[in-house]
Design a protein around this ligand. Structure first.
Ligand code: PLP
Length: 389
């Protein structure tokens, strides 16, 4: 049956693509080895440095974020290397599973999936590793399955306090361009990101930001690699080209996205996400439900994962809400499957879009018969009114 009006894509990525970006992507594809392409590639590569806040290296791959996870691991490590991976949620667990599959030896710090990584635990483990067997520390910046943020700068300080040479590798697939991220200032060695979240693009582009230290290290590590090899990118990238066919049209879109982010101002983008996160949590509290992230200060401005009362199916609630209000909400993944739903409030998003989203959730809770108190949307509106610029 036709659903009139706009569909609300409120999953925590892909986020809705703004018209300006869709128009940019819709331009004619050009010769990626011809003279006009150089400016497209150069603008994208330099522009992404300004988003990562780095003067070091950025690589762009035609893949989803998972590809860039693999690129990071195969360029930074050798077969059998021990990596310390902090399990903040489903995506951290998936990265571990990839590390194992490609022949690394992940050592996992487990958690209850209700907060970000704890730098003290990382420091304590690194202090024990006196022969420096651990080659990298891997942390997810914004854990998209739980809505928890890890304190990346504090993790770097923990590694330094332990006097440990391990590389700091960070998945900011859903954090970049929504939450503050400072590759150089925070001393990150490799950061992985993707196009379909804060960058407001469709899926299909992924990124590695790489420190000089990791770049140098990549010359001697021995993990087999070809498609993902950073060093094959360096030569062509210097003039704006790629060693193989890039996603030309997504690069047009990326350049538009970078321009839009700078027009708004990155600090304003981060403040907007934080404010929408706080308003959403006000709504959840008023409904009498729990936010999955239980660690104060780690709550995400990108998404909010909401726990349903025992015995309630989050998937049935989402299906009811989609059918009646034409809104897609994120599902619970693996350990929290059917127990939580996720509200995405990222990307090209404003106060009225958030109000429509939370009204849809509140009407959906009623329609699906989930026990709750009404007034959540109202509580969010009060927060938005009080914090309006
Ligand atoms: N890491 C995080 C934090 C993610 O949110 C995602 C996807 O949502 C991934 C990794 C995997 O990325 P992709 O699905 O683009 O391959």
């Amino acid at each position: 049956m036709r659903q009139p009006g706009q569909h609300f894509l409120q999953i925590p990525g892909p986020s809705a693509v703004p018209d300006r970006i869709l128009k940019a992507i819709g331009q004619q594809t050009i010769d990626h080895r011809g003279p006009d392409f150089a400016a497209v590639g150069k603008t994208a590569l330099d522009g992404m440095k300004s988003i990562f806040k780095t003067e070091q290296h950025v690589f762009i791959f035609p893949s989803s974020g998972t590809g860039a996870w693999e690129a990071a691991l195969v360029n930074a490590l050798s077969p059998g290397d021990k990596v310390l991976m902090y399990e903040t949620g489903h995506f951290a667990a998936m990265w571990q599973s990839m590390a194992k599959k490609i022949g690394l030896s992940p050592e996992v710090i487990t958690s209850d999936w209700r907060g970000g990584a704890d730098p003290d635990q990382i420091e304590a483990r690194l202090r024990q590793d006196t022969n420096h067997a651990i080659k990298a520390v891997c942390v997810v910046h914004n854990e998209t399955s739980t809505g928890s943020v890890s304190p990346i700068h504090e993790v770097r300080k923990a590694i330094d306090a332990a006097g440990h040479p391990a590389l700091l590798m960070v998945d900011s697939i859903s954090g970049l361009a929504s939450l503050d991220f400072q590759f150089d200032a925070w001393g990150v060695d490799v950061c992985i990101s993707g196009s379909q979240k804060g960058l407001m693009l469709p899926p299909g582009l992924s990124f590695n930001a790489v420190s000089d230290k990791a770049m140098e290290n990549a010359k001697s590590v021995t993990m087999p690699r070809s498609y993902w090899d950073w060093h094959d990118m360096v030569g062509p990238n210097a003039t704006g080209y790629f060693p193989y066919t890039p996603c030309t049209n997504l690069l047009y879109g990326l350049n538009e996205a970078i321009a839009m982010l700078h027009e708004e101002g990155l600090d304003q983008v981060f403040a907007r996400h934080a404010r929408h996160g706080a308003a959403t949590r006000a709504a959840v509290r008023a409904w009498g439900l729990d936010v999955l992230c239980a660690k104060q200060g780690d709550e995400s401005g990108v998404l909010t994962a909401v726990l349903l009362p025992e015995g309630q199916s989050a998937d049935q609630f989402r299906a009811t809400t989609l059918a009646h209000y034409n809104i897609s909400l994120g599902n619970g993944l693996s350990k929290v499957s059917d127990k939580v739903f996720r509200i995405g409030h990222l990307g090209d998003f404003n106060d009225l879009m958030l109000m429509a989203t939370l009204s849809g959730v509140e009407m959906g809770l009623a329609k699906a018969g989930v026990p709750h108190q009404s007034g959540g949307a109202q509580a969010a509106m009060e927060h938005l009114k009080q914090t309006a610029a």
